[in-house]
Design a protein around this ligand. Structure first.
Ligand SMILES: [Ca+2]
Ligand SMILES: [Ca+2]
Length: 292
């Protein structure tokens, strides 16, 4: 797997899918604001290397319909030691159950390494906020020969101390409100998508919890969903100072959303998650044998 240490090398490998040959671009290339064009069969310019500390990316013609039969590849490279936070503002691609027609793929690093794939998305459900684990992130956009929609628009400000949310794919991990245990910021809007291996479920355990309290938890809250998006089954909405109960999903994905309003904060929360094999849950342990 391509790791941050490779950044000290003289070049980063990029494949040019149009000409079917590989390019080796010097690292200095990434420091320029060069726009690298990726020509599709229709010669629509899209894709490129973005090295500004923040920016936005949208599908060609956005907010008009995107072209048919196009492949775009964006590489975002920010300063070493930083990470990239992707936030989608609009997302509308042709739907297919496994995104076989039109899709975007998001990579934690370069797209040549499928091990870096964070997700493939299509339809109307916006991807969650993504945070790269290092300073490079890739987005691939593909459309097929039929049916086009308005496409997508995504921004990538540099993450800061207030950064929150992201995709967690480890067997276990810890999440906390921005700045924890210091008071969380106002107007926070964080989403963590926890994705463990197939056949596993996610258990979330709160270690600490202190949010502004009000009946209905409409001001500041943590909301949990039994799947990757807010359209999945709602597992609970919590505020105040009582720790939420342990939460166990029915599938291998859990979405944790934390929001705060414009004033009055708290210490926030800290929680850890771990995955457990379905098998263990579904197979009751054999009854204890009676004493011999
Ligand atoms: Ca299509
Ligand atoms: Ca508040």
């Amino acid at each position: 797997m391509f790791s941050p240490s490779h950044r000290s090398n003289e070049a980063i490998y990029i494949s040019d899918k149009c000409d079917h040959h590989a390019l080796f671009l010097p690292v200095s290339f990434f420091n320029s604001t060069c726009s690298w064009c990726h020509l599709s069969k229709q010669c629509v310019k899209c894709g490129g290397i973005l090295s500004a500390p923040s920016g936005n990316i949208s599908s060609p013609n956005f907010p008009g319909l995107y072209p048919y039969s196009i492949d775009c590849s964006w590489l975002i490279v920010v300063a070493e030691g930083s990470s990239v936070l992707l936030t989608f503002h609009h997302f509308e691609l042709e739907y297919h159950a496994s995104c076989a027609y039109d899709y975007i793929k998001i990579y934690n690093g370069i797209s040549e390494d499928e091990g870096n794939l964070l997700g493939i998305f299509c339809g109307n459900i916006s991807p969650p906020q993504f945070t790269s684990s290092w300073n490079v992130m890739s987005i691939i956009f593909h459309s097929d020969r039929h049916v086009a929609h308005r496409g997508f628009s995504v921004v990538y400000p540099l993450s800061s101390l207030d950064m929150c949310g992201g995709v967690l794919t480890g067997l276990s991990g810890v999440i906390s409100s921005p700045g924890y245990p210091l008071e969380y910021s106002n107007d926070a809007d964080c989403s963590w998508a926890i994705h463990v291996s197939n056949n596993s479920v996610v258990t979330l355990v709160f270690l600490d919890f202190q949010l502004e309290n009000n009946e209905g938890c409409n001001f500041d809250f943590v909301a949990l969903f039994d799947g990757p998006t807010v359209t999945h089954r709602h597992l609970g909405k919590y505020c105040g100072a009582d720790k939420p109960p342990h939460i166990v999903t029915t599938s291998n994905q859990l979405l944790v959303v934390f929001k705060s309003d414009f004033n009055i904060g708290g210490r926030g929360f800290k929680a850890y998650y771990y995955s457990a094999e379905f098998v263990i849950r579904l197979t009751p342990s054999p009854p204890e044998k009676s004493a011999k």
